[in-house]
Write a protein of this length. Structure first.
Length: 217
């Protein structure tokens, strides 16, 4: 494997691209303690952590497709919610979404519920059945993603340690669209190991999963 590649531009001219050099340049730009830095951790990040399930390696937390499948299996065994869940899934599919995920389904459930009075119904769904389905899905999601980081050398730990190692004037901000809490866990573990020389390293954690945690308490 080489550390560079020849890239042709739109004009036909060729230039050499070195991934190693680009990575080094990026690290140098991120190193100064005066720069404001933010990270966005997308949906695929938890897949980088692999654990042994007895028959091979699997992600510690599944992607949205795997999470959706586990939720569907869970609902299929609930006699009180199975029929409602199937009907909602079918409705979402008829809206042009060939393979609905729990995000599509939850959005549809909450839209229907918002149009119902406290004891009302809509399109054959009672508000209670919609709320019960919503809460059951969230409860299962919470169960699946509530995992513990297996070791101290996961990519999440590497990021937290890198942030903690540099004294900064402004705190680093981390944003995530994920439902899991392993980002916060790795940060707290890094803080626990710190000798407090970098008290401003990480002191703000923004996560869109706050709403999910609130709904499933």
């Amino acid at each position: 494997m080489t550390d560079s590649a020849v890239v042709s531009g739109a004009s036909g001219e060729s230039s050499t691209h070195s991934p190693y050099r680009r990575a080094t340049d990026l690290l140098q730009r991120l190193a100064p303690g005066k720069m404001r830095i933010g990270f966005l951790l997308g949906a695929g990040c938890p897949l980088a952590i692999r654990v042994d399930d007895g028959s091979g390696k699997k992600p510690l937390i599944p992607d949205i497709a795997g999470l959706t499948e586990q939720v569907k299996q869970f609902l299929s065994m609930d006699e009180n919610l199975k029929a409602v869940a199937n009907e909602v899934w079918n409705r979402v599919s008829l809206r042009g979404i060939a393979v609905p995920t729990i995000e599509h389904v939850l959005s549809h459930i909450r839209t229907l519920a918002s149009l119902c009075h406290e004891d009302g119904s809509i399109d054959g769904f009672s508000r209670k059945s919609l709320v019960d389905l919503d809460q059951s899905i969230c409860k299962k999601v919470k169960e699946v993603v509530n995992q513990t980081l297996p070791t101290g050398d996961a990519p999440y730990h590497a990021l937290a340690s890198w942030i903690q190692a540099i004294s900064r004037e402004k705190p680093v901000e981390i944003f995530t669209t994920n439902y899991d809490l392993i980002t916060g866990t790795s940060i707290r573990e890094a803080q626990a190991k710190s000798d407090s020389r970098n008290s401003k390293g990480i002191d703000r954690f923004h996560a869109s999963n706050h709403a999910l945690r609130t709904r499933t308490k």
